[in-house]
Design a protein around this ligand. Sequence first.
Ligand code: GRG
Length: 327
Amino acid sequence: MKQNMPPRYSPPRGGGRVTWGASEFIKVHGAIVDRELRSLLRRRGGEPPGLLEAMSYSVFAGGKRFRPALVFAAARACGARPGWGARTAAALEMIHTYSLIHDDLPAMDDDDLRRGQPTNHKKYGEAMAILAGDGLLTDAFEALAEDALRSGLDARSAAELVRAVAAGAGSRGMVAGQAADLEAEGLGARPRRDAGRPGRAALAKRLEYIHLRKTAALLVASVEAGAILAKASPRQRAALRGYGRALGLAFQAADDVLDVVGDKAKLGKKGSDRENAKLTYASLYGVDAAAAKARAFAQEAHRHLKVFGRKAAILHELADYVVDRDY
Ligand code: GRG
């Protein structure tokens, strides 16, 4: 069987060992995943050009490629060769992109701008945006299966790979988080004594439920996918799941802070959580406490990596990146 060849690139070296910063790692591996995405989104025959254009528009609209970086970094921590798993990394980015396209729809968050550009439905219309999301989600699973075949993964691991990603994306994962988020609309408004509004502890629990699914579940799926490709041990996989959960909460708490105080031009959106009375870490605790929470979650993510020793250097960098980023 044809092997999944690692790409050619030279990681920076310092004193004989590889020294990546998070941004550099994301940039270099972003280029690898972009190549894979271009290959996946080329005309394969039979697809209407308008559909392919709408799918490509959002995939190449300037996303950070954070989930692919997690796939690569987790695979490295579990002993895989550099750059291993590019097609799986691309699949995770396709699922992420579908979720953003659908999240922006009028029936959901109703946003006009994403990454500083018109949202998919603003450019191609609602029906095509829905189909572009459907296409990306479904094709992602084809890409996962292709990666399993190309890399000669055994049948059990291949099934595990598909199961882990489906669980992260589906009705107990990201879609559950989105549904719970919809149901929590209005809960971010200032408390009124007689409004029958849940107390702070109940709201905190609800917020954690939402973010563990809406944001963390796909990050967990990304590190799990990298681990499965690298034939990780059950102990390594459990540690990575813990890391992914804490990382997701850190990511979302940092996002909530950026929505209030971030540079709108850099973020490429206007920051609408407050306007929409969204339940967020910032609305529940205030901006400073939300930022402190993001750092505490990142610390928790670091603690989960103990089992990997120095092999997890990049995963540590990515945990710091999540709270230090400004977009
Ligand atoms: C099934 C109709 C239907 C809709 C589902 C699941 C879903 C839509 C939406 C949830 C997706 C969502 C908005 C999750 C929040 C995760 C998050 C913080 C996304 C932003 O991630 P970044 O900053 O984005 O990595 P970039 O732009 O860099 O790729």
